[in-house]
Design a protein around this ligand. Structure first.
Ligand code: CP
Ligand code: NVA
Length: 306
């Protein structure tokens, strides 16, 4: 069993390639029910942004393991009334076994993790979405059998999902290309980290040319053009991002066996067309299901199982 033993997952670079492969293997065994594990612990969800998939998949994963979940909506806790993170962290860690946090600044998550003695999981920040990418990699592994020789092309905003995808692909051993408009590139520090992990064995390519990036790709991936917290920029971004839409035309440049992924929620007609998301190459529903299996493996690996 992969053993993250009480560790935090604040970003994907907290894992090494072996740990990632072990986690995906554990997720596969749990999904097929070849392995049945129990973990009678309590997970807290402290989410400052909306969530459907992450909230429900973590909750069901924990219930299926025999554990329990407390939904700590900041609006009904003292967090929204300004109780310092340092204090909240040192109180919650006396009640809970593990905490998944969705917030804005990565720094806030890191402060929480520094003060909380229990493990903390990044359930999305402005910088990263590591749990999403665990499920993405599980989906890719299921579709292709291995990562060797594959190229994932992400087209759109260089956001949290793009950042985690660069790290995840580098750790998994696949090439990654990120095509964004100028000024919307992924985080430069994370690009450096991903390239260091890839160590010239695989490619981490940044470009402004979506067609060049899509050529021959095994996976085409996109996400919303304005993330949570950027809603006021959504209108201005539409014309800038239009050339970065995943359409049938862009998909035709990819490998004929390519799959299409989207972390969801999707804005049909913006970053992806209706025809592509509902088309035969789309694997978005399998991808969404895999959130639960990947996170179940993560919980067991961090907390241990009976
Ligand atoms: N993909 C994802 O994280 O979805 P939610 O925002 O619904 O959790
Ligand atoms: N980049 C998106 C992902 C949502 C799951 C956001 O942060 O809103």
């Amino acid at each position: 069993m992969a053993a993250l033993n009480g560790r935090d997952l604040l970003g994907l670079a907290d894992l090494n390639p072996t740990e990632l492969h072990e986690l995906l293997q554990l997720a596969t065994q749990l999904k097929s029910q070849q392995l049945k594990l129990r973990c009678n612990k309590v997970l807290g969800l402290l989410f400052s942004k909306a969530s459907t998939r992450t909230r429900v998949s973590f909750t069901v994963a924990m219930y299926q393991l025999g554990g329990q979940v407390i939904d700590l909506n900041p609006n009904v806790t003292q967090v929204s009334r300004g109780e310092p993170i340092q204090d909240t962290a040192r109180v919650l860690d006396r009640y809970l076994d593990i905490l998944a946090i969705r917030t804005f600044a990565q720094q806030e998550l890191e402060t929480f993790a520094r003060y909380a003695k229990i493990p903390v999981i990044n359930a999305l920040t402005d910088a990263e979405h590591p749990c999403q990418v665990l499920a993405d990699l599980l989906t890719i592994q299921e579709c292709f059998g291995s990562f060797t020789g594959l190229t994932l092309t992400y087209v759109g905003d260089g956001n949290n999902v793009a950042n985690s995808l660069m790290l995840g692909c580098a750790l998994a051993g696949m090439n990654v290309r990120i095509a964004t408009p100028q000024g919307y590139e992924p985080d430069a520090e994370i690009v450096k980290q991903a390239r260091a992990i890839a160590n010239h064995q695989t490619e981490v390519l940044l470009t402004h040319d979506p067609e060049l990036a899509a050529k021959g790709a095994s996976v085409l991936y996109t996400d919303v053009w304005a993330s949570m917290g950027q809603e006021s920029q959504a209108g201005d971004r539409l014309p800038i991002f239009q050339p970065y839409q995943i359409s049938a035309q862009l998909l035709s440049l990819a490998d004929p066996k390519a799959i299409v992924l989207h972390c969801l929620p999707a804005h049909r007609g913006e970053e992806i067309t209706e025809a592509v998301i509902e088309g035969s190459q789309s694997r978005v529903w399998e991808q969404a299901e895999n959130r639960m299996h990947a996170q179940k493996a993560l919980l067991v690996s961090i907390l241990g199982a009976e």
